[in-house]
Design a protein around this ligand. Structure first.
Ligand code: CP
Ligand code: NVA
Length: 331
């Protein structure tokens, strides 16, 4: 399988076999890291990581993975470069493409990362857009595979705002890998029809089941995995909080939902999560709306079902696999 020179912008661009190969490569690189085996086969290469929105996991994963592979890294933060203000994405791409061997981009519309890729002349990796977060899905699926030994056929329930980057990307990933995906939310939070139709077409080939359900107890029945994400995403205005809370409170992941699923169900979240009052925004929401948690209760987050920190760790191993494959690393 040849990934060399390719971009990693969305899972729709990859075949099921290619996605599986990246997950397997990540598992291999993870085992090597645990054994203390160096993989610095990309010495002499350099990457740029552009973040127009903030990040903990994605930035650290790209930086640590690049260092492990022997590469240099330049970080461009949300305010410190000319991007978007004095220089277009296309011009930025043509500049950075002359200096770097690969570019990570986290920003707003998917069209921006696609434009960057079109103009860079080197591999571009999507570190999150409003529409998609494909490196997160590789990490989530590696984590699921570690737990269940397989992906095909697993019942995967996504609770909450399913029409944003996480809901969209997980639906595509589940369709590609033959899983049983259920988005559970009020209808207006279901992914857009065009993407649903694309996923239903993919599902015909892979045996996946793609469903939409408004009742949390119906959706979570016999689930292998229950996933959720924040109710208001980066870049959305604070003014949407009230509506989101009103709409999505019944879709919070509680112990009742966990107990309604299979006994070995896992709780998943891309993080960061609002599960207690130990964050600035969490406290503000408590003061304004009286909620001591949002999309997930602290009880579920801290329970033995929760595999959220395994997912976080696997961000690094899967991002390493994406960079290694697209930069043509030979181990
Ligand atoms: N899950 C995720 O992308 O986290 P960060 O925003 O911290 O990168
Ligand atoms: N939906 C969230 C995901 C964060 C990893 C956001 O876009 O802010």
């Amino acid at each position: 399988m040849d990934f060399k020179g390719r971009h990693f912008l969305k899972l729709l661009d990859f075949t099921p076999k290619e996605i599986e190969a990246l997950i397997d490569l990540a598992a291999d690189l993870k085992a090597k890291k645990k054994n203390g085996q160096l993989v610095d086969v990309l010495r002499g290469k350099n990457i740029a990581v552009i973040f127009e929105k903030t990040s903990t996991r994605t930035r650290c994963s790209f930086e640590v993975a690049a260092h492990d592979l022997g590469m240099g890294v330049t970080y461009l933060d949300p305010t410190g470069s000319q991007i978007g203000k004095k220089e277009s994405i296309a011009d930025t791409a043509r500049v950075l493409g002359r200096m770097f061997d690969g570019i990570e981009y986290r920003g707003f519309g998917q069209d921006l990362v696609e434009k960057l890729a079109k103009n860079a002349g080197v591999p571009v990796w999507n570190g999150l857009t409003n529409e998609f977060h494909p490196t997160q899905i590789l990490a989530d699926f590696l984590t699921l595979k570690e737990k269940f030994g397989k992906l095909q056929g697993l019942k995967f329930v996504y609770m909450g705002d399913a029409r944003y980057n996480m809901g969209n990307s997980l639906m595509v990933g589940c369709a590609k890998l033959g899983m049983h995906f259920v988005a559970c939310a009020p209808k207006k939070y279901f992914p857009n029809e065009d993407l649903i139709n694309q996923c239903q077409e993919i599902a015909k080939e892979t045996g996946a089941v793609i469903e939409f359900e408004e009742d949390p107890m119906v959706a979570t029945k016999d689930a292998d995995a229950i996933y959720t994400d924040v109710w208001v995403s980066m870049g959305e205005p604070d003014s949407v909080w009230k509506e989101r809370i009103d709409d999505l409170l019944p879709y919070r992941v509680t112990m009742d939902l966990i107990n309604n699923a299979k006994s070995d169900v896992v709780f998943m979240h891309c993080l960061p999560a609002f599960h207690d009052l130990n964050t600035k925004i969490g406290k503000e929401i408590y003061d304004k709306f009286g909620l001591d948690c949002m999309e997930v209760t602290d009880e579920v987050f801290e329970s033995e079902h929760s595999i959220v920190f395994n997912e976080a760790e696997n961000r690094m191993h899967t991002i390493k696999a994406v960079m290694a494959a697209t930069l043509g690393a030979k181990f």
